[in-house]
Structure formats: C-alpha cells, structure tokens
Design a protein around this ligand. Structure first.
Ligand code: GLN
Ligand code: ZN
Length: 771
C-alpha cells in the first residue's frame, strides 16, 4: 500500500510563514522566532501526512523563500556582489539574494514553468566556486526523523538546476551552463553521502525540465549526470520526479534509461498522453509513482476514474511497484479546505485542497491494496455526481452561445488606421497623447471603506458617496496634471480579477485559498466552477459617473477574458475533457468570459464611454510549456480578446494593456488582437521591446510603451522621460505613440505619483513643441 506526495505548500493554512517572514524582515521578530514558526509548520505537515498513512513523505520541500534558491545555497553559488565569505549560508545572505539589500538588488525572479510560482534564477558563470554551503536538506531529514517520520528528502535535480539557470553577466552569449555539471555533481555527492549516513533510504530528484522541448545534447546531460552519481546513489532508492506536461518519447526513453534510478514520477493529469508511453514499455522491476491527484487545481479527485487508471498501470508495472502520488508538488494548490467558512456545502463537497489531496492519495493506495474505504469512495462519487448535475454549473444558453463562436473570426470591419482616424475626429487628442493604466494609489482609508462595505458595516449609500469622492479626487488631479485620456482610478476594486469574478456567475471565492506566488507573496485565485455569464452590468455605473465629472475622454476599464481565466482555478469537468485536455476546456471557458465582457463593452459604449481598455495582463503567461502547443493557445486567446470588442463602432477606441515587455516572440499575436491602442510595460528593458520594431515588424495601431517604472518609488525627471520617448520615436511613427507609465499606480503613494505624472506630461509637451 504505497502512497507519495511530491511536495507540500509551505505557507501554512493561514499564511503563518508569510507573517513570520514579514515580521522578521521588518525587524519586529528574531531569526529564532521565524525558525520556530517554520519548524512548527514542517512538523505539522509531516505529522499530518504520517497520520493520513502516506508512505513516502517528502522533506526539504519547505523553503524560507524558494526551493531553487535553496539549491543555489546548497551549491554555494552565491553571486559575488552579495559579499558572502564562505561557510554555511545564513539568513542575511539568503534573503539578500532573494530580496536585495540596501546596496545590492535582488537576483532575477522568473515564473516556474507555467505556474504562478516564481523562482530565483541562478546566475552561473565559469568562475563560480561551488561548495557545500547549506545543509538544509540533511537537517530537515534529521529533523523529521527525530519526530519519528522517515522522509524522502527532495532535491532540485542537477540537470534541471542548470537548465533553469542563466549565464552570469559578461558571458551571456558564450557560456554553456551544462558544462558546469562536473562541478556541481561533487556537491550533490556530499549531500547524498550525508543523507545516507543519516539513514535515508529514498531520495527524490525533481527534474521537471524533462517535460520541456529538449535537444539531444540536453537529454544527454541527464544520462551523464545520473551515470556519474550512480555509485554514490547505490544503496538508496532513487526517484526522478517529472511534472507539468507529457514527456516526449525521447525524454521518456532517457528517463527510464537513467543509471542508478529505481523510480519514476509522472504527471498523469497534465501529461495526458503519458499513460500511453508507460503502456508501450516500462522497465521491469522499477517503481512508477503515478501522479493522479492534481496538484495544480482545487477539485476533488474523481476517485473511481483514478482507481481504474491505477489498476491499468498496476497490470503493467506490477503490484508492489505502483505508488499513488500527486501530479506535482501541492505547492500550487490551496492549503486546507477546513478553513473555508464562506463556501456553501455543495461547492465545498466538490473541492479538495492540499490537506484533502493527501487523504485522497492515501484512499486510492488503500483501495488498490484491496482495502477500499467504501464510505469515502461513495461520498466522493456522490460529490462528483452532484457536480455533474448541479444546475449551478450548467447554463445551456451560454454553452450554446460560446459553441457558436467557433469557426468565426470576429474582427472589426474597418482596419485599424481608418478606425484611428475616425476616433481622432471624435477625441481630438494632441500628438503623443498622455494617459495612465487605470488604478491610482489605494490609500489605507480607501481599503477600509471597501472592507467595511463588504462586511455590511457601512451602508451602500455611504459607500457610493465615499467612492464617488475618491473618483472626483482622481479626476481633478488628472485635469490639473493636464492628462489627455483619463481614468477613474479603480477605487472600487480590490483586485482586477476578483472584482469581475464576484459579479459574474460561475465563480466562487475562498477565504483562505492562498497559493504562494513568490517569497511571502500569495494569491487567492477565484474558482471557476460553472458556465460563466454576466447577470448585470459591472462597471457602467462607475465609469459613467466618472465621465460625468469631466469633458475629457474617460477610459472604461475592464479585465480581459484571458487574464480572468489565467488568474483563476479553472474547471476540469467540461465535456471536452473526455480527452482530458485542459487546453480545450480552458478555451471553452474563455469564450464564455469573452461573451460576458463583450456585453459589458457594449453597455459602456451605449453609456457614451468612447475609450475602453480591456487589460490582458496575463495573456503571455498562459503560453503552454511546449512550443508545439503555442499556436493553438494564442489563436483562441487572441480570438477571445477580439470577441469582446468586435461589435463596437469605429469611433470607439479599444485599448489593451500588458504587463511585460518580452513579447518579441508573440508580437504577431499581439498585432492580431487588433486593439486600437496597446500600453505595455517597457521601462525596465527599452531595448528588448524596441528591437522588435527596429527589426521591421510593422505596427500601425497606437502604442504606449511605459515611460517609467511604477514598481519603484523613484521619481523620473522630465529629461529622462523625454529621452525615452525620443528613443521610441526613433523606431515608431509619431502619430501612433502614446505616453503613459508602465502599469497601474495602485501600489504607489500620491507623493510619488503626482511629481512623476507631472514630469511625464511635461516631457510629452516638450516633445510636442519639437516635432
Ligand atoms: N488597470 C489595471 C491597473 O491599473 C492594470 C493592472 C495590471 O496590468 N496588472 O491597476
Ligand atoms: Zn500592467
């Protein structure tokens, strides 16, 4: 009866680690206080898994910040600018790498595969002196052991570690990261030998990069690495864990051919074809860790269906060689359903967070071993059935309307330059028009008003009055600053997805469904549980109120369908899932959201809002891991965006906004969105963005590459902003360029925003006189 968990959330059921970290960083508590909170969380998690009956319980999946940074520490690969002098790496060095310190900025952070988790990217060059500098893996193994739990220590595998690194400054173009393999393996060997000495009998290497598009040379690195480790690993059972997608046939062959390895962990949820690889051949005598319980979502497992998959696999790999597992680390799901007090019982019965998934894994393992908990399975089957038949899930009209969208293109009838002309006649904007991205600073007072309204502590009338006053303040400020296209400042919104989700049907919200995004930061994605529709207008009241306060154009402000989708937990129950393809089910939902936003766009237009911005901040991050799947995703994502605004008049100007600048690879899709104006983040990498246009990409729509970085409190000078605009003018036509900050101003203070916007407008005016 064998069960395994790939990894577990670290934050704690009520984000205990977040608060402990932040209090330590603010110097309000000591290192010992933080260590105590962390140790308590770890021991609670180990006990919970042990009590549930899990056989292979992971250790070292806890982290004070990030598991890749932990591996960097283990290897002593600290970039020289952090001034570390050797010895065991302590909090000061560790958190300096993670967050920067007074004199040095943090290391780069990037998304972990296609999740919303971010890791700290190792920076490696030919001069790194690797040394065994963090004993965390061994310490945690021993810690669990002293609590009576024999764990499987987890390490980021050596090849994935290198493949996820970036070359240090100065050697970007020339350096082969994989050439460092012979230098890092000796450290891994030291760790392995200490783990053995401490009594470990299993070890898990996470090698998720095996699911990416790898070339022969990269696959070879896996073969070479584990051949090198083989003798050191002898006496241990070695699990290579992969996740997030299918393996290619070549990658699978490489995996099952690795020397010294006894077990393979496969993601059977996202890896929809992986089971066929196993059926086509599985090495005798090896273990299969079958990831059937989804670590990326919050839905209760369909136990009957998983059990039948497991039985098929058991017939291939043998009874004592099949281990029931999660599809990936549970890091990417919420922590414990027990703390959800606001969800109704029906919806709750459809869900399983990390704590419940542990129980599911074990129930499946027991069932496989002939000890099926009939009551548990029956309750699960009833919940699955209720989810299938619940009228809250199905809205046939919406399903039909969404299905009817397929096959059609949904483009505005007139081309973009003719539209821009028509809009200019109506809007009469100066060249280099100025605008902002939407939100204005959210003061404590404002947050309090929203919170009290939500808690029914203030009346609707008083709430509306307070928000109106805030909008008026923001409108007056923008007029004073002489900005051309205004925004209402989004004071009524707490989050750009939640605000819409709360007003659409088909969405549910948790109280504690937090998922780590990076460091101490967590997000609480809404849950899309049913067909999505818009019972009534969502933003028209606020936008028209704002428009009534000014003669200048007021932008209506919406979140786009792809972003709403990508920042939510999505369904896994649509009919198309007969093929279990999460891509297909995602686009069905996306079309439904697109239809709801389309209605909103049209209502705004009817209310005389002539400029409407539809944010697609998260379009890029939904790109599938495999290049072969990019085209399909981009096609439906861009199509969904076009659906929202294909019905408006030529004179209505559609803006969109995106929060990243590395879109050189998707520029053609962005053009295909056919927005009238796009504002994009740019200020941290002028060159990257502008090079696309320098290389000859034709861009005819309006474009506003951010002229200053809103993520920093720094106030840019007029000259500096003018200089950047000039750089853009060198590659873009004057009549399409807009002047705006990088992103929304929500997190900034008025003391920063006022002078920064003032300088921005001054720079635009200065350049207008020079054209
Ligand atoms: N309109 C949103 C804002 O200004 C956009 C935020 C975003 O792109 N992340 O806050
Ligand atoms: Zn943004």
């Amino acid at each position: 009866m064998a069960s395994h968990i790939v990894g577990y959330p670290r934050m704690g059921p009520k984000r205990e680690l977040k608060f402990a970290l932040e209090s330590f960083w603010d110097k309000k508590s000591s290192a010992e206080d933080l260590q105590k909170v962390a140790a308590d969380l770890r021991s609670a998690i180990w006990k919970q898994m042990a009590d549930a009956g899990i056989k292979y319980i992971p250790s070292n999946t806890f982290s004070y910040y990030d598991q890749v940074l932990d591996a960097t520490s283990m290897l002593g690969a600290v970039p020289p600018r952090y001034g570390w002098n050797g010895g065991e790496i302590r909090f000061d060095t560790y958190f300096s790498m993670a967050r920067g310190n007074a004199s040095v900025p943090a290391m780069e952070m990037t998304k972990w595969f296609d999740t919303n988790y971010h890791f700290i990217v190792p920076e490696l060059g030919p001069d790194v002196n690797f040394s065994y500098a963090s004993h965390k893996a061994v310490d945690e193994y021993k810690e669990a052991k002293s609590l009576g739990v024999d764990t499987v220590p987890v390490l980021v595998g050596p090849v994935s570690y290198l493949l996820l690194s970036k070359p240090a400054k100065g050697v970007e173009k020339t350096f082969s990261l994989l050439s460092l393999l012979p230098k890092i393996l000796p450290i891994y060997k030291e760790v392995i030998s200490e783990l053995k000495a401490a009594g470990a009998s299993w070890i898990q290497f996470d090698e998720p990069t095996l699911v990416l598009d790898l070339d022969f040379h990269q696959l070879q690195a896996f073969t070479a690495a584990y051949a090198d480790l083989e003798s050191d690993l002898s006496g241990l059972n070695v699990l290579i864990e992969t996740y997030f997608a299918d393996l290619t046939t070549e990658a699978y062959k490489t995996l099952v051919g690795l020397k010294g390895v006894t077990a393979y962990g496969l993601d059977l949820v996202r890896g929809t074809q992986t089971i066929d690889l196993v059926k086509a051949g599985f090495p005798e005598g090896k273990y299969l860790f079958a990831g059937v319980v989804d670590g990326r979502n919050i839905w209760a497992n369909d136990l009957a269906s998983s059990l039948s998959t497991l039985q098929q696999l058991e017939a291939i790999v043998g009874k004592d060689k099949l281990v029931v597992s999660t599809s990936c680390s549970l890091l990417h799901t919420a922590v414990d359903l027990v703390n959800e007090t606001k969800l109704d019982d029906e919806i709750k019965s459809w869900l399983a967070f990390a704590a419940q998934k542990v129980v599911e894994v074990n129930a499946l393992a027991k069932a496989l071993a002939g000890l099926k908990d009939e009551a548990f399975f029956a309750a699960n089957a009833a919940a699955q059935a209720s989810r299938k038949s619940s009228p809250r899930v199905t809205n046939e009209a919406v399903q039909k309307a969404a299905a009817a969208l397929k096959g059609s293109d949904h483009r505005r009838a007139t081309n973009v330059s003719a539209r821009l002309d028509a809009q200019q006649k109506k809007l009469n904007l100066p060249v280099l028009p100025t605008t902002t991205i939407g939100s204005f600073p959210q003061t404590l007072e404002l947050r309090r008003v929203r919170r009290e309204f939500k808690a029914n502590k203030i009346s609707e009338d008083n709430y509306i009055k307070a928000i109106k006053e805030e909008i008026k303040k923001v409108v007056d400020l923008q007029e004073e600053l002489d900005i051309d296209v205004l925004v209402h400042g989004e004071p009524e919104r707490n989050d750009m997805v939640e605000y819409f989700g709360e007003q659409l049907s088909g969405f549910a919200f948790t109280v504690n469904g937090w998922v780590q995004s990076y460091g101490s930061r967590c997000v609480k994605p809404p849950i899309i549980y049913g067909d999505v529709s818009r019972p009534k207008p969502m933003t028209v009241f606020w936008s028209s109120t704002a428009q009534s306060m000014t003669q200048r154009p007021m932008k209506g402000m919406l979140t786009g369908p792809v972003t709403i989708l990508n920042w939510s937990f999505v369904r896994n129950d649509q009919p198309s899932l007969i093929f279990y393809d999460c891509n297909i089910s995602r686009f069905e939902t996306c079309y439904q959201i697109a239809l709801a936003i389309k209605d909103e766009v049209e209502d705004l237009e009817k209310a005389s809002i002539n400029v409407i911005q539809i944010d697609e901040a998260a379009l890029r991050e939904g790109l599938p891991l495999r290049k072969s799947e990019h085209a399909f995703y981009l096609k439906w994502a861009v199509h969904s965006f076009r659906i929202t605004n294909c019905g408006v008049q030529d004179t209505t100007q559609i803006h969109t906004h995106m929060c990243y600048s590395n879109f050189n690879d998707i520029i053609h899709s962005i053009i295909d969105m056919d927005a009238d104006v796009i504002t994009i983040e740019n200020s941290r990498s002028d060159e990257k963005l502008l090079s696309v246009f320098r290389e000859g990409v034709k861009y005819g729509a309006g474009i506003g590459p951010g002229v200053y970085d809103i993520h920093s409190p720094r106030i840019p000078s007029t000259e500096e902003i003018a200089d950047r605009i000039n750089k853009m003018l060198a590659v873009l036509e004057t009549n399409i360029l807009w002047v705006n900050p990088d992103c929304g101003l929500k997190t900034r203070k008025y003391a920063e925003v006022k002078p920064a916007l003032n300088n921005m407008v001054a720079a635009a005016k200065l350049l207008r006189t020079q054209l």
